[in-house]
Design a protein around this ligand. Structure first.
Ligand SMILES: *Cc1c(COP(=O)(O)O)cnc(C)c1O
Length: 381
């Protein structure tokens, strides 16, 4: 039996389909926000802050304008000096390392683990010098780094840990004593993004910081608000980074669906894993025992140099896919001054050549998944 898939539209993310399901709620709330004209610091902003604190089980959430700002504000709050070293992965979105360099600090890039795509305490430890002041683990694709050994290492060396949680909001990490914590609440500071395509996305830009430390919370709140605690009295140089009321209104609604969205993504991932794990030539993402996965991305490793060919084939069949990320950060022109010419991280380079993220989003149905799986199977047959 043949099926006509010519009408099937598969997207990397389906923001429209997701919006349509909650349209009535969203439209009403947004219109009411506009009518109130309290566009900045309206009641929804504080409300969302409290709701997110409650959801994450963290003492303080500081809302800001985007995920990149949240990383920058976190870094500014630590009072680091030019030349101080901050350890981060080279296999990540540019923002992670960009803000380090922007503040005159030195990003020290380390390799990630081939199976988890994440930093490990072992790799971090080798990169620690007398100048190291902080570590930025990135919970890539939606699954937590193994945080317990990273926190122990940080404590031994007196280092700050800033979790880049832009891709993993909602994921749970389990410590060896059974304690469970949301990613973003384990390090001294956590940062996240509400960019529309993130797991908890708004309808524009947005970001947040998380911490259980009162002093850091106060400082970050001040930095995000022009370095002032009292209006027109500026203690430190800060920036202007706010989440606006309309975005907070939308996020307040979408936060209620976040766990449902994560479950939907997990169901897709399970289906993909079952259908694709038997194919020679690709490796499906592994779920780790210490962390739940929120599948911001479902990322395959394609062996034998076939990745680009598979991507082209999928594209011809109308299936989008993305390469997160095609280049290690140390190969980017902007980062040349931070690395020597022969600097190289083997696993990072291998992953840049092998990874392929295929569609996973809250609105995918079984026909979509079947079509994607069958197309991939056909390619390898
Ligand atoms: C999206 C993302 C950011 C930046 O978020 P923006 O809101 O786009 O500034 C930072 N780090 C990671 C890992 C991301 O995926």
């Amino acid at each position: 039996m043949t099926q006509d898939f010519s009408m099937m539209q598969i997207e990397m993310v389906d923001l429209k389909g997701q919006y349509n399901k909650i349209k009535t709620e969203i439209d009403q709330a947004v219109i009411s926000c506009i009518s109130s004209t309290s566009f900045i610091n309206g009641p929804a902003v504080k409300e969302f802050q409290l709701n997110l604190e409650h959801y994450l089980g963290v003492k303080h959430v500081i809302l800001c304008a985007n995920g990149t700002d949240s990383l920058q504000i976190a870094m500014m709050a630590l009072d680091l000096k030019p030349g101080d070293e901050v350890i981060c992965p080279a296999f990540t979105y540019v923002a992670t390392a960009e803000v380090i360099g922007l503040l005159g600090l030195t990003p020290v890039m380390v390799d990630v683990d081939l199976n988890t795509f994440n930093l490990t305490a072992t790799a971090i430890e080798k990169a620690i010098t007398s100048k190291t002041k902080a570590i930025v683990p990135v919970h890539l694709y939606g699954q937590s780094c193994d945080m317990e050994p990273i926190m122990q290492l940080a404590e031994r060396h007196n280092l700050y840990v800033i979790e880049d949680n832009a891709q993993a909001i909602g994921a749970d990490y389990t410590f060896s004593d059974g304690r469970v914590a949301k990613t973003g609440t384990i390090g001294h500071i956590g940062s996240t993004s509400f960019f529309p395509s993130k797991n908890l996305g708004c309808y524009g830009d947005g970001g947040a910081l998380m911490t259980n430390n009162d002093e850091l919370a106060q400082k970050m709140r001040m930095i995000a608000n022009h370095g002032q605690e009292k209006k027109y009295h500026h203690k430190v140089l800060g920036c202007n980074s706010r989440l606006d009321t309309i975005q907070a209104t939308i996020l307040n609604i979408k936060l209620r669906y976040l766990d449902e969205y994560s479950s939907a993504r997990n169901a897709m991932a399970t289906f993909y894993n079952e259908a694709l794990s038997t194919i020679d030539g690709i490796i499906v993402p592994e779920r780790q025992s210490k962390s739940t996965h929120v599948f911001h991305q479902y990322t395959l490793k394609v062996k034998n140099g076939k990745r680009n060919e598979l991507q082209k084939y999928l594209s011809e069949k109308g299936i989008p896919s993305m390469i997160y990320y095609p280049l290690p950060l140390y190969k980017q022109e902007a980062f040349q001054r931070f690395v020597s010419a022969d600097f190289k991280l083997d696993t990072t380079e291998q992953l840049c050549d092998e990874v392929l993220s295929i569609p996973i989003h809250t609105e995918m149905n079984i026909e979509h998944i079947n079509f994607v799986c069958n197309t991939i199977k056909f390619f390898f047959d």
